[in-house]
Design a protein around this ligand. Structure first.
Ligand code: GAR
Length: 195
């Protein structure tokens, strides 16, 4: 059974979808949900589901990312995960941190990568006049929102869409895609999931 740690920064709806999926014959189980924001709603939700939680506030560390990550790593190491899932984790990780989890750290990003790495993905898709949007799960490398693609889900952009309406449509697909990718990945299959 693979041990999964999930990093969040906010509401944690993707984290919830992942945790709820890990039952029965699923080859993985959640062992930790950690956040850089002690107020993140997702921490309460994880706790309610009986998953151990940890919070490491990044703010007291200022610009010292390495010190923040060392503290985060202390909690992660104690949970001894096989795979780390970033699920709405909004801190950029240093190459040193990424190297520790090379080949076993996943991220979900709300665009059809390689389009629109970074922030404001839905607004950028609308401004570009795209007729299609979506989300991507990929392996994390030292380059932001890069790394081998493990799955994508697509949605149409509809007339009158705002970034909020598009984000909501994409989020529904995120909740299908991420659990589907994790199930496959934890079972040792890295072929992409296409929804
Ligand atoms: C999700 O849409 C996720 O794709 C995005 O943040 C949201 C988190 O929602 N992630 C990124 O933008 C990472 N660069 P959630 O907390 O409800 O899962």
């Amino acid at each position: 059974m693979k041990r999964i740690a999930i990093l969040i920064s906010g509401g944690g709806s993707n984290m919830l979808a992942l945790v709820r999926s890990m039952t029965g014959d699923h080859p993985a189980r959640p062992v930790l949900v950690a956040s850089n924001d002690p107020q993140a709603d997702g921490l309460v939700k994880a706790c309610d589901l009986g998953v151990p939680t940890a919070a490491v506030d990044h703010r007291p560390f200022g610009r010292d990312r390495a010190a923040f990550e060392a503290e985060l790593l202390r909690h992660i190491a104690a949970a001894n995960p096989d795979i780390l899932c970033l699920a709405g984790f909004m801190r950029v990780l240093t190459p040193d941190f990424v190297a520790r989890f090379e080949g076993r750290m996943l991220n979900i990003h709300p665009s059809l990568l390689p389009k629109y790495p970074g922030l404001h993905t839905h607004q950028r898709a609308l401004e570009a006049g795209d007729t299609e949007a979506g989300c991507t799960v990929h392996e994390v490398t030292a380059i932001l929102d890069d790394g081998p693609i493990l799955g994508q889900a697509r949605v149409p952009v509809l007339p009158g869409d705002t970034s909020d309406s598009l984000a909501a449509r994409v989020l529904v697909q995120e909740h299908h895609l991420y659990p589907a990718v994790l199930r496959r990945y934890a079972g040792g299959d890295r072929s992409p999931v296409l929804l």
